[in-house]
Structure formats: C-alpha cells, structure tokens
Write a protein that binds this ligand. Structure first.
Ligand SMILES: Nc1nc2c(ncn2[C@@H]2O[C@H](COP(=O)(O)OP(=O)(O)O)[C@@H](O)[C@H]2O)c(=O)[nH]1
Ligand SMILES: [Mg+2]
Length: 424
C-alpha cells in the first residue's frame, strides 16, 4: 500500500467527520456569505482544529474569495485544501545529516513512543542505515523488553541497562556504542511518567545535556509524541514539554483511531511546532512522513482527486522500487562508558551542587549578619530608652520629693484652715 493510500485510510475517520459535515454544509448554501463562514468555523472547531486556528482559516478564505471573485460555495473546498496546505508547510524534514545523528523521543505514557521508535528504526534500516536504540525508559522493565522486541524486528542495535538505572547513563552508553560501531542514527526512548513532573523534566534535561556534550556537532531532533485521540489535550502537552526539552518536531500517533485529526492544524498554528510524522496504525509501516499537501488532500479533496492521487503514487512506487545497496558496516567492539568519564560527569554535578551549597551558605551568612545588625540596633535603642526612662525617673523622683516636703505656703494654708475652724 502506498503512502497516500495509508494516510487516506488512516485519516478516514477525520475525513468522514470533518469533511463530511463541511461538504454537506457547503451544498446547502447557494451563495458565499457570512453565515457560511460562521458555520464553517463552527465545524472546524468541532473537528479539533481549535478556535484560534479555525478563525484564521476562515479569515484567509474570506480574503481569497474576495481576491479571486469566487461566488460558488462548492469552490470553498479547493480553497480550504490550499489554505490548510500552506498553513501546515515548513519544518517537516527530519535532520539526520550527521553520522551519528540523534533522535530523542519524549512524551507522556502510552502515546506511542516506543512503537514510533520501532517504526522509525525499521524505516532507517530499510534505507540502509545502522541504528542504535537507547532503552532510556528505565522506569519499568516491560518498557525495556518492548523496545528490545522492536529492535529485533527492525534490525537495530539496542543498548540497555537494568530497570531503575540512570536513563542518562543508558543514553551515554548508546552514544559510545554508536560511535564505536559507526551507527548512523541513535534513537533514545524515554519514560513518560516518573514520580512527579519535576523529576521527569529534570531527567529529560539531563539526557539532553549528555547528548549535547557527547555529540556537540551532531544533528539532534527532539520528537514529542502526541496521541491524536486526545484532541486538544495534545496542544496542552506540547506546551508543558516545550519549555523543558527543546522540541524540534511532533509525531502525531493513532490518527487511524480518531476523528480528531484536525488537531494537527492547532499544533502547527498555535504552537508553531512542525508535525514531522504521523502514525496511522500499529504495524511497522504505519508511520508516515507528514506531507502537508497529502494531508490536506486526504482531508478535503473529493473522491475522484483522491483516487487519482493514489493511482499516481502506486505507479511511482513501482518505478523507484530498486533495491538499496547495503552500506558497509563496521563491527568494532562497543566499549561501555569508562569510569573516568563518569567521574568527570559526577565531578561536574558535584561542583554544581557545591556552588549551590556555597550560594546558600553565603545567603545564610548575609541573613545572619543582617539579623545581628538588627539586634545591635535594637539593643542600642533599648539602651537609649532605658536611659531616657531613668532620667525621667530621676526627674519625677525629685519632684515628688519636693511635694512631700511641705512648703511655707502650705503651712500658712494649713494654719488658716485650722484656725478658721473648718467652717464648711
Ligand atoms: N492505532 C494505533 N495505535 C498505536 C499507534 N502508535 C502506537 N499505538 C499503540 O499505542 C499503545 C501504546 O504505545 P507505546 O509505544 O507503548 O507507548 P509509550 O508508552 O509512549 O511508549 C500500543 O498499544 C501501540 O500499539 C498508531 O499510530 N495507531
Ligand atoms: Mg514506551
């Protein structure tokens, strides 16, 4: 089955839901007016295209309708195909230009990371490339076994360690192994769930660091795998991973099982991350490079155009089905990471930790000094208060002492009072 047939079949549910409704709606209109665009926008939103992107598509359609002087609603379909194609274009190529190149595969649990890696590996091996897989999802033993099965199926090498081991160490070993064996491509699997999100992001950052230091001049792709059946939630996942991992592209899986294929548009337009591959089934050849024209055609073109495209593709495929020459493979012994390199990495981590501790210590010292200064100032104020008080006390003591001693006037008054006979 050719690529186009694959994606046509894979997108069938989205096509039926999204395009089926759009087609019906367009047929119910005799002229192009605001109401048509409003209904179209609503249908696009229902097809998981997203509000923002649906609006943008309709604005562009309005512009083109005006420019081209189109009046027939049935022409909207062709325009839609064009607008969507242009919207999706850009950044589709996977950069595997160096030897080795590295592809880091990330995403939440169950989206299809391991399956996608297996399919990718098979694709590269078929192109005559040597592939090394890194089983860096060490969270569960089953994840390592699953990747091993795919490695065998695809004819790829695999580097693994025990469950629970450091994922960055697995990636490191895979890089050393790939260098020794002359691998063309390293693909690293990762865990989709750890004890918490901070751990997961920290781990991905560490793996990224190892790749950057061991392969500073290599082509690197960080592919985020998204499950199309989650619809708009896929957009949110992209936002979460984007900051931590430096995503270079998306692989959208399980398009075969969903009518939410429109989410491709939302991802590209809202987040500006290109979709590079799409998964349209569980089999090894169910991963397809994402070609915007084909995608738009599979969604919006009429049946005749689709049949023609499929036929043309089948002919082309038959023509260039020449066998690919096997590249000579070196079989050098793989040397696991030497202790001194790990010592260096550990030393770096230790230095980082010490710096952190020093900064903390300095901060504490500073706080201590501030507190001491505050206490000293307070003590000084207190002393001054005491001094004032004692001065005041002295003053008040001398006044009351004076009051206690009867004055001459007092004596006169007392005498007068007594002599007056207390006549009140
Ligand atoms: N229908 C369909 N199923 C897929 C696709 N990609 C992956 N899967 C299935 O999704 C499930 C989870 O895949 P897995 O690779 O283990 O996900 P991971 O946890 O991200 O590594 C498996 O049952 C796969 O067969 C796809 O494109 N289409
Ligand atoms: Mg997995």
């Amino acid at each position: 089955m050719g690529f186009f047939e694959k994606i046509r079949d894979g997108l069938k549910k989205t096509r039926d839901a999204l395009f089926g409704r759009i087609d019906k709606m367009l047929k119910s209109f005799t002229k192009i007016d605001d109401e048509l665009f409003e209904e179209l926008e609503e249908l696009l939103v229902m097809g998981d295209v997203g509000m923002y992107t649906a609006e943008k598509i309709c604005d562009e359609l309005r512009k083109r309708v005006k420019e081209e002087g189109i009046t027939d609603p049935s022409e909207i379909r062709r325009l839609l195909e064009d607008v969507v194609t242009e919207m999706l274009k850009g950044g589709q190529e996977l950069d595997t230009s160096t030897k080795p190149s590295v592809i880091l595969v990330i995403g939440v649990n169950g989206v299809g990371k391991t399956t996608t890696i297996g399919k990718l590996a098979a694709r590269f091996v078929k192109e005559g490339k040597r592939v090394t897989l890194a089983a860096a999802d060490t969270f569960r033993a089953a994840a390592i076994d699953q990747l091993e099965i795919w490695a065998e199926r695809a004819g790829a090498d695999i580097i693994k360690q025990n469950e629970g081991s450091d994922p960055a160490a697995v990636v490191f070993d895979a890089i050393s192994s790939a260098k020794a064996r002359g691998s063309d491509i390293i693909i690293a699997d990762t865990a989709g769930r750890l004890h918490n999100k901070k751990n997961l992001m920290g781990e991905l950052a560490k793996i990224n660091r190892i790749i950057d230091r061991e392969l500073p001049d290599s082509a690197k792709e960080v592919l985020l795998i998204l499950d199309a059946t989650t619809g708009q939630n896929a957009v949110n996942q992209t936002k979460e991973f984007r900051t931590a991992a430096g995503i270079t592209g998306i692989v959208l899986t399980k398009l075969d099982g969903t009518a939410k294929g429109g989410v491709v548009l939302a991802i590209k337009e809202e987040l500006d991350v290109p979709v590079k591959f799409i998964g349209v089934g569980e089999q090894v050849d169910d991963l397809q490079p994402f070609v915007p024209e084909e995608f738009a055609k599979a969604l919006f073109a009429d049946e005749n155009a689709i049949e023609e495209a499929a036929k043309a593709e089948a002919e082309k495929e038959a023509a260039d089905n020449a066998p690919i020459a096997e590249e000579e493979k070196t079989a050098d012994e793989f040397k696991p990471a030497t202790a001194d390199i790990w010592a260096q990495i550990d030393a770096e981590a230790e230095a980082e930790k010490q710096q952190l501790e020093q900064d903390e210590e300095a901060l504490k010292q500073q706080q201590l000094e501030q507190e001491q200064a505050r206490l000293a100032a307070e003590a000084e104020r207190q002393q001054k208060r005491e001094e004032r008080k004692s001065r005041a006390k002295k003053r008040s003591w001398s006044t009351s002492a004076a009051e206690d001693t009867p004055s001459a006037e007092d004596d006169d008054w007392l005498r007068a009072w007594r002599e007056g006979g207390n006549n009140e």
